[in-house]
Design a protein around this ligand. Structure first.
Ligand code: 7UC
Ligand code: FE
Length: 279
């Protein structure tokens, strides 16, 4: 496996950082794209307080993903609490960048495992700046200055209240809530000035100014290149990990996990105050 990105930081007290320490962490994330803080056992309130110092945490637009006491925390879990379902199970099992289907995509995402399954559980990442640099000329020309449609419709998760309702109604309701958005296919990072490809198999559904077949052929060619196994970096979760990454320069997906295992993680995504695209 290759490693052009990702940094690991040994255990230290995240909660006692001064302002310059917070700024240093943000710079580290912009430089390394993914940072894994080891040995962090934060209480929920400390986790949220840390996120607030980095930027503006954004509660997920669908409330059933929220932690019951903390809307800022997105709960990916198949572990009931007091017999009650909490959050949503099996999230993010497809390549994507968080909220790319929204007008304002999320700058940074943090995840910490809360219940670790037996066997492996992790998150996979792809460096989209490298993907951009590696594009052959014909693909670079196809994406430069073009927009593509990002829409989360294929990953709407059926909820308990959806029982007995028609699929078409659920799809229309979701579309009204989140109609999708045209995004540039190439981003310019506001800090490094680096260009990154901004598409993903999970959320990118169409390309501007192309016939349907042409658009799908271009997207499939792009995704097949981007997702080459030698370009996928897998971080296996350990207890106490806090992952933090830049959604402008990486796409990610949940790694496969053994079926039937209990797993729970807490995510906080935030806006860092910089433009998502500095082009
Ligand atoms: O359930 C999920 O996989 C959530 C996904 C549709 N969206 C995550 C995000 O922030 O983009
Ligand atoms: Fe995600």
């Amino acid at each position: 496996m290759f490693e052009t990105f990702a940094a690991e930081v040994e255990p230290f007290d995240l909660a006692s950082l001064d302002d310059s320490g917070i700024e240093a962490i943000k710079q580290l994330v912009y430089e390394q794209k993914l940072v894994v803080f080891r040995g962090q056992e934060l209480a929920d309130e400390e986790y949220i307080a840390f996120a607030r110092r980095l930027g503006r945490p954004e509660p997920y637009f669908q409330e059933h993903y929220h932690h019951p006491d903390h809307p800022e925390i997105f709960v990916s879990s198949n572990v009931p609490v007091n017999g009650q379902k909490v959050g949503v199970a099996g999230t993010g099992r497809f390549w994507h960048s968080d909220y790319s289907f929204m007008e304002e995509p999320l700058s940074m995402t943090m995840i910490r495992p809360v219940v670790l399954p037996e066997g492996k559980r992790g998150t996979c990442f792809i460096d989209m700046e490298l993907a951009y640099r590696e594009l052959p000329e014909h693909l670079r020309q196809a994406v430069e200055g073009r927009r593509s449609l990002h829409d989360a419709r294929n990953y709407y998760k059926v909820q308990p209240g959806d029982v007995d309702r028609a699929i078409i109604e659920l799809v229309e309701e979701f579309h009204a809530l989140s109609p999708g958005v045209w995004q540039p296919m190439v981003l310019t990072h506001p800090v490094s000035g680096e260009k990154a490809l901004f598409v993903s198999r999970g959320f990118t559904l169409d390309v501007e100014g192309m016939r349907h077949e042409e658009a799908q052929a271009l997207l499939t060619e792009l995704f097949d290149r981007i997702e080459r196994p030698e370009r996928v970096y897998v971080h296996d979760w350990a207890k106490g990990d806090l992952l933090m990454w830049d959604n402008r320069s990486l796409i990610h997906r949940a790694a496969e996990q053994a079926p039937g295992q209990k797993s729970c993680s807490y995510r906080i995504s935030l806006y860092d105050g910089l433009p998502f695209d500095a082009a």
